[in-house]
Design a protein around this ligand. Structure first.
Ligand SMILES: Nc1ncnc2c1ncn2[C@@H]1O[C@H](COP(=O)(O)OP(=O)(O)O)[C@@H](O)[C@H]1O
Ligand SMILES: C[C@@](O)(CCOP(=O)(O)O)CC(=O)O
Length: 309
């Protein structure tokens, strides 16, 4: 057995906001991917993955059957036979390792599944997102379902609001462009669930809620609009604001040793940093109008370009 490949994703904008009601924009990142496979010779990695699937299968069997029903008998038999998720997607790096896994399992075991080949109306997309949100909650505590959706469809997804999502095109990349979006490897593994929990706790405070509504969501939405329009000038203005807000209000999600680097970008304007997914480690997402300048300022770090302006 070797299932189809599912890609990692990069949530360019919308982390945390999309759990509430902000816009979000997520693109597939084919550099990393994963597929369900049967073990030949067991290794530490494949055994660990198989055990993780076993725990997850028990959860999948408890999901409301009105939403989605899985072929649990086949799933359990495959797990007993040594199935694992053969994936290059780093876990806890904010690029959707659990999302790709969720997409692969839905694809293989969901009954009456919505397939990528049919006409994906807004209703069908929303239904898929609801199913994925429920499936991924096992890993996240609370999940928007966007990661698996992106992985399942392998196309950019625009979230306009909680119940208004669509497949979208993004402006084509300029291979000779000076600007870039890039990843910085923090070298630390993050965990989504505790970060989402901190966010949900903070949301119980009125001051934090107001900041999310009046500042965080406002700039997130503006960034999404600018990116899709290709308005690079306005995009950098709004990304700078977003970077500032995140530094001030999402400190637990930024590894301590990156606080200074984050601030330096805001002061020099050489680059702006933002969270990549839930944060707490993993990748940090960078935006630079002049990538050569950013590279110099960040020479001590390993950068991976994901988009050129
Ligand atoms: N290859 C894999 N095999 C089994 N489980 C996996 C695999 N990759 C990811 N997972 C599951 O997904 C979890 C990571 O998901 P999460 O914390 O949401 O991080 P990410 O940002 O990478 O999606 C892991 O703890 C594990 O339970
Ligand atoms: C924080 C959040 O908005 C994005 C999390 O992404 P990741 O699991 O860190 O890739 C949670 C979600 O939308 O499921």
């Amino acid at each position: 057995m070797k299932g189809p490949l599912f890609y990692s994703k990069i949530l360019l904008f919308g982390e945390y906001g999309i759990i509430k009601d902000s816009k979000g924009l997520s693109i597939p990142y084919s550099f990393y991917n994963g597929a369900l496979k049967l073990m030949d010779t067991p290794t530490e990695k494949t055994i660990k993955s198989n055990e993780s699937l076993n725990r997850y299968a028990a959860y999948l069997a408890t999901i409301n059957p009105d939403l989605v029903v899985f072929d649990v008998v086949k799933l359990n038999a495959d797990i007993d036979a040594g199935m694992y998720f053969d994936s290059s997607i780093p876990q806890g790096y904010g690029v959707g390792s659990s999302g790709a896994l969720v997409a692969a399992l839905y694809d293989e075991y969901a009954q009456d599944k919505i397939t990528v080949l049919e006409n994906l109306t807004r209703e069908k997309l929303l239904k898929l997102k609801t199913i994925f949100s429920e499936m991924e909650s096992f890993f996240h505590g609370k999940s928007s379902g966007l990661d698996p959706l992106n992985s399942y469809l392998s196309i950019p997804i625009l979230i306009n609001s909680k119940d208004n999502i669509e497949a979208t095109g993004i402006p084509s990349q300029k291979s000779d462009g000076k600007g870039a979006v890039f990843l910085i490897d923090s070298g630390i593994v993050g965990e989504t669930a505790p970060m989402v929990q901190i966010f949900m706790e903070n949301m119980k405070q009125e001051g934090f809620r107001n900041m999310i509504k009046d500042q965080f969501i406002k700039h997130t939405d503006a960034c999404v609009d600018d990116f899709l329009k290709g308005d690079v000038k306005s995009l950098f203005k709004n990304t700078k604001q977003l970077s500032k807000i995140v530094l001030n209000h999402f400190k637990p999600m930024i590894p301590q040793q990156f606080h200074d680097l984050w601030k330096k970008g805001l002061e020099s304007n050489d680059y702006y940093l933002k969270l990549c997914g839930s944060g707490g480690g993993g990748y940090i997402l960078g935006f630079a109008e002049d990538f050569e300048k950013a590279k110099q300022a960040l020479h001590a770090y390993k950068l991976e370009v994901v988009y050129n302006f």
